[in-house]
Structure formats: C-alpha cells, structure tokens
Design a protein around this ligand. Sequence first.
Ligand SMILES: Cc1cc2nc3c(=O)[nH]c(=O)nc-3n(C[C@H](O)[C@H](O)[C@H](O)COP(=O)(O)O)c2cc1C
Ligand SMILES: O=C(O)C(=O)c1ccccc1
Length: 359
Amino acid sequence: MTGGHPGHLASEAGRALALVNLRDAETAARQRLDPVYYDYFAGGAQDEVTVAANEAAYRRRSLLPRVLRGCGPPRLETTLLGQATSMPVLMAPTAFHRLAWPEAEVATARAAAAADVVMIAAMLSTVTVEEIAATGAALWFQLYIQPDLAFTESLVRRAEAAGCRALVVTVDSPALGRNERGDRNDFHDLPPGVFCANMGGAGHVRQVVLSPEISWSHVDWLRGITTLPILLKGVLHPADARLAVEHGVDGLVVSNHGGRQLDTTPASLDRLEPVAEAVAGRVPLLLDGGVRRGTDVAKALALGAAAVAIGRPVLWGLAIAGEPGVRRVLDLLRTELANALTLLGVAAPGDLTREQVVS
Ligand SMILES: Cc1cc2nc3c(=O)[nH]c(=O)nc-3n(C[C@H](O)[C@H](O)[C@H](O)COP(=O)(O)O)c2cc1C
Ligand SMILES: O=C(O)C(=O)c1ccccc1
C-alpha cells in the first residue's frame, strides 16, 4: 500500500466548485484517492447488502408536496439538544481523515465551522480532539467505550475540556465488521505518520478495543461521570431504544454504521418509525446512512428524525479539496434541502408531516 497523497492544490479546489451533487463528489474523490483508501471509505461489511439498502430505501419512498401555502423561503436553522445548527444535517463520525487529506480532521472541522454545522468528532481521529476544537467548530465527541474505564474517563474529560457539547457512544460495534475489500487489499495497518491521535500516551498509541463485554452497566457508569448529553449511536431495535431512554440517554442515532458492521441489517430509514414509536418523543432521534440528497433529508425528517448525519460524503469532499471540498458538499446539501422544502410547501424542517412521505 502506498502512503503517498496525490498532489491536489488550489486549482483543484476550484474544480471542486463545479461539482453538481454529492454523487459527483464521490466520483471525483475516487479519481483522486489511493484505491486502497477509497475502498476503506466506500466499503461496508461482507456483501455490502446494507450499504446498498441504505440508499435504496430513500429511492423507494416518494414525497407528497402541499401547494399554495405561501411559505416563502424555508428557514433551515435547527436546535438539537440545546445546540444551534444552520441546518438539520450533522457530520457523522468517521475515522482516519488523514487518509483523505493532509490537514485531516482540522480541515473537516474548519468546514463545519464555516457552514455552522455540528461535527461529531471520531474518537479515532488522526489529529487530537483539542486540535479539532481549536478550529472553533461546534463538536460532539464520538466514543467507543473502552474496557479500561480509567482510559475511557480520560477521553471523556479531554472531550469536555475541549468544549465538546455531547457524547455519541457507538453501540453497534462489539466487534469490527468484516470488510472484505480491506482483506483483499491487505489494508490492516495505517501508513506511517497516520495514527489515532487521541489514543496516544507516553510514547505509544493504544489500540482501540471494540469489546463484546460492553453493556448497559457501562452506559450507567458513563451517565454517572458526566453531565454532557449522551446519545447512543447504532440503535435499530425498538426494545433497545426503550432501554436507552430508561437508562437516561438523551438521544439516539438510528444507524447501521453505514453498512459497515453487521451486513444485512435493514436500511436505517426503515428502522426510524419503529424506533420513533418506541421512544414516543421522549428523546430526539438522529438518522444516518445513505443520505445523499436534500430530498433524503426531507424524508428522514418527515418520518421522525430531528436531524440526519452524513458520513462518506464528507470524506469525498475532504479527499477532493480539503476544507473547500467539504464546504462544497455541505453547500450542495443545504441548497438541495432548501429547494426540497420549498417544493414540498413547508416553511421549516419541523413543519414536515408524516403523510408527506408515501411508499
Ligand atoms: C470510513 C468510515 C469510517 C467510520 N468510522 C466511524 C467511527 O470511527 N465511529 C463511528 O461511530 N462510526 C464510524 N463510521 C460510521 C459513520 O459514523 C456513519 O454511521 C455512516 O458513515 C453513515 O453512512 P453514510 O456514510 O452512508 O452517510 C464510519 C464510516 C465510514 C464510511
Ligand atoms: O471503519 C469504521 O467504520 C469504524 O468505525 C472503525 C472502527 C475501528 C477502527 C477503525 C474504524
């Protein structure tokens, strides 16, 4: 595997501005990325049935507009767990941004700050959470609870001190999903100079542990050591959603990890309504997986999500042009969402109603 990075410079940022939609961003990123890293970003578990299902679920649903409502231009601003954001779209946590761009998560965070959206910073970032926070971006911190609770607590304290405003605990990863593209490419180690910056300590970088021992008792422990809002990411079963509320969780991310963990799980969009019914409005729901269009965002919101998150599209923007590339991706989605809401006859995301999505 080569650790080199194709030289994309200012002129390429200009070319990125000609991108018309998020699909174009993937195509452009694919042309620029080392194929091994492209496969790491794009890939999913095993047959990638769930990767495909996530996007297909949006195509299966139809939108039903209302007419003559005189709404004027839609306002996209949203508040989530006390956090103001310019639109109901967050950046999902994704590991290893340095594989896409030398400035890594710092470039991503600058784009988040410029666009006024929340970045969910991955625990497995390639620059430290403190460096990410120094950009001024509004951050939530994604955590894999480590069996070493003292170490986990030290990460929580760092996230708090850096100004992260929520913890997003990933609960769909008691083991790593089986990515066969990675196996075929023999991609099992990060190249020299790329490492999990938050996992460093006295001269060594600790391996992340995705442990099948993690249980609700760990959520209770975390609830007891921090006052930050806690979201669980990767909930698909209504019974787990109910348990989460009972355990004092503040929000859920309905997610199958972009199809990268258990293959043949349902499309995340198809799990939104059962989970919404279980939580009955007690906590806000986020949704990720396969969101590629403003119309996708509208469908998720109409079916009960307070907001969505995007994973791969951010990486595509980053791989194309660093910060301006990510800004471009966010601008495209914002423009599409505003257009979709206008055409749907609603004044704001919260005005979408269930019956505006039909099968
Ligand atoms: C390259 C890559 C790395 C990821 N790393 C993490 C991670 O470290 N922690 C996590 O909770 N989710 C991780 N995810 C999952 C995303 O947070 C999110 O659930 C998923 O990407 C959403 O689907 P989408 O890419 O179709 O938008 C990763 C996803 C990708 C594509
Ligand atoms: O690639 C991923 O989706 C992910 O979440 C992860 C988990 C452990 C190590 C590296 C990435």
